[in-house]
Design a binder for this molecule. Structure first.
Ligand SMILES: [Mg+2]
Length: 342
C-alpha cells in the first residue's frame, strides 16, 4: 500500500484555565492535524502543536514545512516515507514529528495492528502522570496545588519563574501543605547559574523529586555546574531535542536525567532511538509533551507504556487541561492514573 494523499487542518482545543510558564501563556491548544491517506483509502493521523517559544514553529511554519516536502512521500510505503523523512527533510522538529506520527499511524492501520502490537508492549497496567501547576502569584499557585491534590493528583509539576524568592516560598508552602505529593520543579530556563544555586540552597532538605531545565537551553556548561552542585536530580528538557543532544548531555554528565518529547526529537521513530540509547546507558527519562492534541498524546502514551522501564516520569497531562475531555483519546484519566480504554 502506497501513500496517495497528504493534507492538514488547523485545530484548537480550549483550556480550562490559561497555561503559564516562564516562556509563554496560552488559553488554547493550537495544533496542526495531519492526514496521510493510502491508495486503499486508509488514513493515518499525526499532529503538531504550535510552540514557537520552544521549537521555533508556529502553525504557519508547520503547515508550510509540511507543504514544502509532502510531494516526496507520495507513492512510497510508510516505512519508506519514514526513512526518507528522517534522512532528507530539513524542516522543524514539530513538523517532522507530525509526519512521522502520521506515517506510523497509517503503517499500523495498513498492517491491521494496534500500537500495543507495533511497540511490542507487554505491560498494560496504568501509568501515572504529573499535572502542571502554572506560574502565577503565590496564593494562586498554592490554591491550584491544593485543588490538584484534591482531584487525585499526587505528582505536581510546578512551573517557576525568575523570582527566586517567590520560587522558594511556593515550594516550601506546597511541601508544608501537601507533604505526600511528589514535586517536580520546572524553571523553563528562567534562571542563571547563580539563581539556580540560590534556589537549591533555598529548598535544602525538602523532598523535591527533581529540578527541570534551570538554565538557558544552550548553556550546557552552566547546566553542568548546577548538576554538580545539586543534591536534587537535574533534568534537561529544552537542552535536549535529538539523540545527539542526549548523548552530549549524558557523556558530559551535564544533567542527571533527560526529558524526551515527540515534538522536540521529530516523532515516535526518533523518540524510540533515544529511549533505546537511554535503556542501554541506564539513563532515567521523563516522557513529556507540549500542550498537544489527542492523537499525538495517544501515541506518546503508548510509547510511555512500552518503555516504562526507562521512563520514570510521565508528563502527559495535556488532556487534563482541556476544557472538555475528548473521546478521541485511547486512554482515560482517573486522578493521576492513566488507563488504557477497553
Ligand atoms: Mg519542561
Amino acid at each position: 500500500m502506497k501513500i496517495s494523499k497528504i493534507w492538514s487542518e488547523v485545530k484548537y482545543i480550549e483550556l480550562k484555565t490559561p497555561f503559564k510558564t516562564a516562556l509563554r501563556e496560552t488559553t488554547h491548544v493550537e495544533f496542526i492535524r495531519l492526514h496521510v491517506e493510502s491508495d486503499n483509502g486508509l488514513v493515518g493521523i499525526g499532529e503538531a502543536p504550535a510552540t514557537k517559544a520552544i521549537t521555533g514553529e508556529d502553525l504557519e511554519i508547520i503547515t508550510n514545512s509540511i507543504e514544502s516536502v509532502k510531494s516526496i512521500f507520495l507513492g512510497l510505503t510508510c516505512k519508506e516515507a519514514i526513512e526518507k523523512l528522517h534522512s532528507t527533510c530539513k524542516i522543524g522538529s514539530s513538523a517532522t514529528s507530525a509526519l512521522d506520527i502520521a506515517f506510523v499511524s497509517l503503517h499500523v492501520k495498513i498492517h491491521n495492528q494496534s500500537y500495543i502490537e507495533y511497540f511490542g508492549t507487554k505491560n498494560l497496567s496504568p501509568l501515572k502522570t504529573d499535572v502542571t501547576i502554572s506560574l502565577n502569584d503565590y496564593e494562586t499557585m498554592i490554591e491550584d496545588s491544593k485543588k490538584a491534590f484534591q482531584d487525585g493528583m499526587s505528582i505536581l509539576k510546578v512551573k517557576l519563574g525568575s523570582d527566586i524568592a517567590h520560587a522558594v516560598k511556593v515550594i516550601h508552602k506546597i511541601v508544608k501543605e501537601l507533604p505526600s505529593v511528589e514535586i517536580i520543579v520546572d524553571a523553563n530556563q528562567a534562571w542563571s547559574v547563580e539563581d539556580s544555586l540560590a534556589f537549591i540552597d533555598g529548598i535544602e532538605g525538602l523532598h523535591v523529586e527533581l529540578i527541570e531545565q534551570p538554565v538557558k537551553a544552550d548553556d550546557i556548561s552552566g547546566l553542568k555546574v548546577v548538576t554538580d552542585y545539586s543534591q536534587f536530580p537535574i533534568l534537561a528538557d529544552e537542552t535536549v531535542f535529538t539523540l545527539e543532544d542526549a548523548k552530549k548531555i549524558v557523556q558530559s554528565k551535564s544533567a542527571h536525567m533527560i526529558n524526551i518529547k515527540l515534538m522536540k526529537c521529530g516523532g515516535v521513530t526518533k523518540a524510540v532511538e533515544i529511549l533505546k540509547y537511554a535503556r542501554e546507558n541506564g539513563v532515567t527519562c521523563m516522557l513529556g509533551s507540549m500542550l498537544e492534541g489527542e492523537y499525538s498524546i495517544n501515541i506518546a502514551l503508548h510509547l510511555a507504556m512500552a518503555y516504562r522501564d526507562v521512563i520514570q516520569y510521565i508528563d502527559l497531562d495535556s488532556p487534563l487541561l482541556y476544557k472538555e475531555l475528548s473521546d478521541e483519546l485511547d486512554f482515560e484519566y482517573r486522578g493521576c492514573l492513566i488507563l488504557l480504554k477497553k
